[in-house]
Design a protein around this ligand. Structure first.
Ligand code: PLP
Length: 389
């Protein structure tokens, strides 16, 4: 079975060392030494000043919206994971969708201004697949209209924009360290800001508002993370350069192998250092996307439709047509990409896609009811392939 992703796991002994230290101290949560160490090492690695490790990436988004005291309408993208929209709604604001750029699949900055009303308080954009948005243009629009900017940078560990961590942009950026993400702590997330006052505010909000054992600076909630998740983060951070390098090699191999496929890949921002967090592929037609996914599933290869559905079609939002996004959602697929994926498996995935496309072309040229189906043809070939690997 080849899933779309598999979590990176350090050697068990590496994790055990941290566990032993936890048992020794018997300090499990509440700002423990491993959590502090993880925050410190993250700052060093990313070369940034401020961040807070929190319980997950969705809470990080909620915390950002809360700390900026956003009200009314928040301009956002229809093409992201559901948490981008659900956290807006959860915090009592209304998502207003702006369609995506047909090349990058990030929010289209040229369409933002026409969506601004006197109720707009912020722009919440996702750097889709770890590829930075048009950050400069978005910031110019926000400055002109007095709006806050939040980036959902859940896919962005290791991505840089103009030689700085992409987490440095916007009023607040958030990320996720969920098990499916490039760097994970099993469950976890973080908020980033360059503003020390905002950081302090979020520090209180994260921990019940405590500013002493019996003192409270503000309202707060429990958004803390704990020693065990920090331990996993510390282990994985040691391997993150290796993880980034491996993904780059695998992705480059995919690009080579898929050169003859009628498909498009997102256009990468030119001011970036990319992290190869996902391998998205936009088929020419929905039909071909479905056929390829079906053929891959016959060989127990499972891709995922990141992202489907369009968030602008969720049952709890004011539903709107987003022509570019609605079209991309039908044709997009993320191919398997993870640290332990092998090159022979990757080759097999590419050959199945290639054959499906080629037979699709042949089949559509044959008279109807000719009796040849893609499934028949490919099944024999797949069996051949399997005998190789
Ligand atoms: C994973 C993800 C989230 C949510 O993160 P969790 O840590 O699972 O809560 C939010 N936004 C995007 C774009 C994501 O991919």
């Amino acid at each position: 079975m080849i899933p779309v992703t598999k979590p990176f796991l350090p050697r068990e002994e590496e994790f055990k060392e941290y566990l032993d230290s936890i048992w020794e101290r018997q300090w499990l949560t509440n700002n423990g030494p491993l959590l502090n160490d993880f925050e410190l090492k993250l700052k060093e690695y990313l070369n940034i000043r401020h961040l807070l490790f929190v319980c997950n990436g969705t809470f990080a988004l909620q915390l950002a919206i809360k700390a900026l005291e956003l009200k009314g309408e928040i301009i956002t993208t229809p093409f992201s994971y559901v948490a981008t929209t659900s956290s807006i709604v959860w915090e009592g604001c209304r998502p207003v969708y702006v369609d995506i750029d047909p090349e990058t699949f990030n929010i289209d900055p040229l369409k933002i201004e026409q969506a601004i009303t006197n109720k707009t308080s912020a722009i919440l954009a996702t750097h889709v697949y770890g590829n930075p948005c048009d950050i400069d243009t978005i910031q110019q629009i926000a400055d002109k209209h007095g709006l806050k900017v939040i980036y959902d940078a859940a896919h962005c560990f290791g991505t840089k924009y103009k030689n700085k961590s992409v987490f440095e942009y916007g009023d607040i950026s958030t990320t996720s360290f969920h098990a499916t993400k490039l760097l994970h702590t099993i469950e976890g997330g973080a908020v980033f800001t360059r503003d020390p006052d905002l950081l302090k505010k979020m520090l209180y909000l994260r921990n019940f508002g405590h500013n002493g054992p019996e003192a409270f600076a503000s309202v707060g909630i429990n958004g803390k993370n704990c020693e065990f998740h920090a331990a996993m983060g510390l282990c994985n951070l040691k391997h993150v350069d290796e993880i980034l390098e491996r993904r780059k090699l695998l992705s480059e191999h995919y690009f080579q192998r898929l050169a003859n496929i009628h498909a498009r890949f997102p256009k990468l921002n030119q001011d970036k250092d990319y992290n190869y967090a996902y391998f998205p592929m936009l088929f020419q037609t929905e039909d071909l996307r479905i056929k390829c996914m079906n053929q891959l599933e016959l060989s127990k290869i499972y891709c995922r439709r990141y992202f489907s559905p369009a968030l602008s079609t969720l049952p709890y939002v004011r539903q709107v047509k987003m022509p570019v996004c609605d079209d991309v959602v039908k044709k997009i697929v993320c191919l398997p990409l993870y640290h332990s994926l092998t090159f022979p498996d990757l080759d097999m995935i590419c050959r199945i896609i290639e054959r499906t496309q080629n037979y699709n072309i042949i089949e559509s040229a044959l008279p109807e009811n000719f009796g040849v189906t893609i499934a028949d043809k490919i099944e024999t070939e797949i069996n051949d392939l399997k005998s190789f690997s």
